[in-house]
Ligand binder design. Structure first.
Ligand SMILES: [Zn+2]
Length: 293
């Protein structure tokens, strides 16, 4: 599943191309891919210019000159591919060959024709979505956006905010707490496991039992792991379009995620896979111990 760093990579890629371009036409393969009436499409999408490409959590938001915003969630298998009429484009999200193959293909759900090229929303498993909402009051009114916790990479995101949000989840496991999108936006399974390993916290430790010093390490680890991943283009390769088969650049740097059976880079012990917060979870049992207050 694309996580925050991958979605940020998609945002950065599209931000290079889309702002200033007008929408010429929209094609959707079935109504649920873009649940908007034909009237609203004509009135609020066709002819509207893309003002910018933003991100909140794992949601991509494109404010348009019409006063509406396109919202895109990639979910499990979504991807966005921009093909300019001339020159090289960009593709990101779920790393499969639709990023480089001829489009549209069987996974294409929505086609947005723009002034200088075409944006394809592909989604094999159809969990992803594209929606249209009024830009005014979007962050307060949208059910998903209004509940979303702070952005972990913003400069103004403080340790105090993190600590207080974790305290409100004192009775759940620390892994469940950091996966809770109201605590902090965009931490998914890979980054939860990597951050907990870096902070030497067992994922099943009760959130309320984690010491302040360990919480501080975890706060720093979340920010470091996600920043590193963005600088490497997310856990799927930013340059996938140019370099077929060369993907998963962040996963090469992962220390525990999907490394069960391999030696721990810290102590040499064996990485194990357990279940925590309902998810497959990777730990070093020697470096990460459950502590109780
Ligand atoms: Zn270890």
């Amino acid at each position: 599943m694309p996580e925050l760093p991958e979605v940020e990579t998609v945002r950065l890629g599209l931000q290079e191309f889309l702002p200033g371009q007008a929408i010429k036409s929209i094609t959707k393969d079935w109504p649920k891919s873009l649940p908007v009436s034909e009237e609203l499409i004509s009135a609020s999408l066709i002819g509207a210019k893309v003002e910018s490409v933003q991100r909140r959590g794992k949601l991509i938001i494109m404010p348009l000159s019409s006063g509406y915003s396109l919202l895109i969630h990639l979910k499990m298998t979504g991807q966005l591919v921009y093909r300019p009429n001339k020159g090289k484009g960009f593709g990101g999200g779920h790393p499969n060959d639709s990023l480089i193959d001829k489009l549209p293909d069987r996974s294409t759900r929505v086609i947005i024709e723009l002034t200088n090229g075409t944006l394809f929303f592909n989604d094999q498993r159809k969990f992803g979505w594209v929606k249209l909402e009024k830009s005014e009051g979007l962050y307060e009114n949208n059910a998903f956006l209004s509940k979303l916790g702070p952005e972990p990479l913003e400069d103004n995101y403080t340790f105090e905010q993190f600590k207080n949000a974790i305290k409100r989840r004192a009775n759940t496991s620390i892994k469940a707490a950091i996966l809770d999108q109201t605590v902090v936006a965009g931490v998914g399974n890979i980054y939860a496991d990597e951050s907990l390993f870096d902070a030497r916290i067992h994922p099943l430790t009760k959130a309320g039992d984690v010491s302040t010093i360990k919480l501080k390490r975890l706060y720093n680890a979340i920010r470091e792991v996600m920043s590193l991943s963005i600088s490497l283009g997310g856990s799927s390769d930013r340059n996938y379009v140019d370099a077929k088969g060369n993907r998963g650049s962040y996963l090469k740097f992962a220390k525990v995620f999907r490394k069960e059976g391999s030696p721990c880079p810290e102590c040499g012990g064996e990485i194990k896979k357990i279940r925590a917060a309902g998810r497959g979870t990777h730990i070093c049992p020697r470096c990460q111990k459950i502590v109780k207050k």
